[in-house]
Design a protein around this ligand. Structure first.
Ligand code: PFF
Length: 440
């Protein structure tokens, strides 16, 4: 048996988990979901969902991972419940599936970072996006993004993922803060803050059956839950640390970056005078660059590059976690060297992503299946398993190394069994309703 890898430091684990959580979900998906679901009221529901469902659920994944010291599927065997392996299998499948299109969007971002330097999109961002988002060039940049992802995962937990995310996460936060300050200085940005920060609860009440599952789905996706990432990452913890502190730090940082993204994107859109709700997935690729195009040429290139560079590192630190779920499953199960595994899996995922790179209708459908089917099924499995099956072992594990958590652990277990379970079940049922057939 090869020695199983572990994180070198506690902060390394926290930053890797934050790196997974903070990604395209925060900067690309969150602003347009907010816009499509009524603005500030969506933000309120999103924050409640993080607190009430996200935090208990992330702790459930941590407990499964740290107690079993095994990756996604093997964790359930190691805990003596092989009949629950399907929960890990959903995670592995979701990792495969999600990375295939996530990497296509990552490829667009690489393209835009380069396009910022050359000024390529400044003339007409809309036409540029149409030209690069689908077809052979999108496939090529999808390949580039996958290659970088494979490169980091191949280096392993400590010298690949931990090293990379230690650099990436602080950079993301600093650069986003800088961009938010820049957005604040734009004339006409005030309406953006108004829209993002002052909730219209009447609209929420009128549309709650679509807004609530969208906000819960966004909260869970953003925390990387349901894909066994947090099980896998927690399985590399080799000491008893306070998982409550870790989980809270991760959830707070992740929410902070989502709010920062809103504080960058909405003022920028407001300064352009555009209608937020009509932007959809193209918002950060079309309207945000249009805002840059109004600046003097050199400033436009510089700000554009910083913006897309942050999105790129955020996307990359999430992509590596998706590839790690699948890689670590094979490394643990067959006791093999991770390098060829990471490369082989990366190539298969690249091929699976070709339809999404060829036609954005496929990308939208892959995202729909990921967020509306695989994610709620995965989270549901984790919550039932930790709450009802692992049960006393789960509270015991949460309290290990954390005397201050021992009093809270039963409340946590109770919430998993009731509120969290019902909320996730409700989300699952409502989400299934929005699934559609593939765009054949
Ligand atoms: N949390 C990531 C984001 O917000 O972009 C996306 C993600 C990564 C989801 C890893 C799930 C996952 F397992």
């Amino acid at each position: 048996m090869m020695q199983r890898e572990t994180w070198a430091t506690r902060i390394g684990f926290i930053l890797a988990a934050v790196g997974s959580a903070v990604g395209l979900g925060n900067i690309w998906r969150f602003p347009f979901q907010t816009a499509e679901n009524g603005g500030a009221a969506f933000l309120v529901v999103y924050i409640i969902a993080v607190l009430l469902i996200g935090i208990p659920a992330i702790l459930a994944e941590f407990v499964i991972g740290r107690r079993s010291k095994q990756s996604a599927i093997g964790a359930f065997d190691a805990l003596g419940r092989p009949r629950w392996r399907w929960v890990g299998a959903v995670g592995v499948l979701a990792g495969f599936w999600t990375l295939s299109y996530y990497s296509v969007v990552g490829g667009w971002v690489v393209r835009y970072a380069i396009g910022s330097v050359t000024g390529a999109y400044l003339g007409d961002p809309g036409t540029y996006f149409g030209a690069i988002s689908a077809g052979p060039e999108a496939v090529a940049f999808h390949a580039v993004f996958m290659l970088v992802t494979i490169g980091i995962v191949a280096f392993g937990v400590e010298s690949g993922i931990e090293m990379a995310t230690k650099l990436m996460v602080p950079s993301i936060i600093l650069l986003m803060l800088g961009l938010a300050v820049y957005a604040f200085t734009l004339s006409g940005s005030a309406a953006g803050y108004e829209y993002f920060l002052s909730p219209d609860f009447d609209a929420l009440v009128a549309n709650f059956e679509s807004v609530i599952p969208a906000a819960v789905g966004q909260a869970l996706f953003s925390l990387s839950l349901g894909y066994a990432v947090m099980i896998t990452y927690a399985s590399y913890i080799d000491r008893d640390e306070n998982l409550g502190v870790d989980g809270l730090s991760i959830a707070i940082t992740n929410t902070f970056v989502a709010v920062l993204a809103g504080l960058v994107v909405f003022p920028l859109l407001a300064a352009q005078g555009v209608d937020y709700g009509s932007e959809g997935p193209g918002a950060i690729f079309v309207t945000v660059p249009t805002a840059f195009a109004d600046l003097p040429n050199l400033a436009a290139r510089a700000i554009g590059f910083v913006f897309f560079f942050v999105v790129f590192i955020a996307a990359l630190s999430s992509a590596i976690s998706l590839l790690e779920v699948v890689t670590s499953h094979l490394v643990d199960s067959y006791d093999v060297d991770r390098k060829p595994i990471a490369v082989g899996l990366g190539v298969i995922i690249f091929v699976l992503g070709i339809p999404s790179a060829w036609d954005t209708a496929w990308l939208t459908w892959f995202d729909l299946v990921s967020v509306n089917l695989l994610l709620p099924v995965g989270v549901f499995g984790v919550v039932v398993f930790a709450g009802w099956i692992l049960s006393a072992d789960a509270t015991d594990e949460l309290g290990r190394g954390a005397p201050s958590l021992r009093g809270v652990a039963p409340v946590w277990l109770w919430s998993l069994r009731t509120i969290v379970l019902l909320a996730v079940l409700g989300t699952l049922v409502l989400s299934l309703g929005s699934l559609t057939a593939p765009p054949l």
